[in-house]
Design a protein around this ligand. Sequence first.
Ligand code: CUA
Length: 311
Amino acid sequence: MNQLFPFPPEASLESHGVDMLYFAMLGVSFVIIVIVFGLIVIFAWHYRAGSPAVRKRLPAFYSHEVEIGWTLATLFAFLGIFGWAAAERQVHFAPPENALSIRVVAKQWMWKFEHPSGAREIDELHLPVGTPIRLNMTSQDVIHSFYVPAFREKQDVLPDRVVTLWFTPTELGRYPIRCAEYCGTNHSLMGGEVDVITPAAYARWSQRNSDRGLPASGAQRFAALGCAGCHEARSNIAPRLDGLFGSRVALEGNRTVVADDAYLERSILDPRADIVKGYLPVMPTYRGVASPDDVSALIAYIKSLRAGEKP
Ligand code: CUA
């Protein structure tokens, strides 16, 4: 079957639902094609030149009830498919809190990944099986699209913005990563492989490749970019950053947010998106000032600050 009709394996928790939707739509399309082409053939034969077929006007029943009936049926069929697809994707807006956060930076023409341990890799992504994975993705230049056919996941990756995608790999193995948005000369070569391994193997891999130097280079960027001026312990212009990561932050407008990777990145690139309660929106954006590598390092530095520590 698979040789005859090549189809990528279902390697994530989400892939089966996407396949069901896909085959249902294929089935509906097939039924419609059979009806349309069947009628073409029947009418072509029935009303051929010289046939004795009746060629009067249609009775009102066909031009009213039947017309309205099939239009409404089509409308509801489409709304039904829309509702089904929306329900399928809707869960994707709320990643579980225990998800493993991995930072993704796309650039012409490669995928860079950074794990919580600081381990970094290019065009290869190690993931532990059975664990919810959350990708915080941004682009260093143009629009790319992160696509793993075996996971049935595809998400555009935009410059100056962090988009998240989450899913749970369920099958061990290696699966291709593709870029699904034309992004320049070598777009077709922009890809890589996901390597889904056991959680124990992932823990070993991630430890072996961990980068303890990243927070330190983040501390240097923190000083060089002038962040310390407002965020130092004695200042009250800006919120303290020690012990911030993972905590719940009260925002203006009676909102709260968990200070995760995406929040930290958003606060650097788009500081007015979430104003911490009691502070004024005075922080300038660091979009275009801090490179994606700077942001990686800054986030690693902020995550490393325990409560009560500097700055
Ligand atoms: Cu990156 Cu196409």
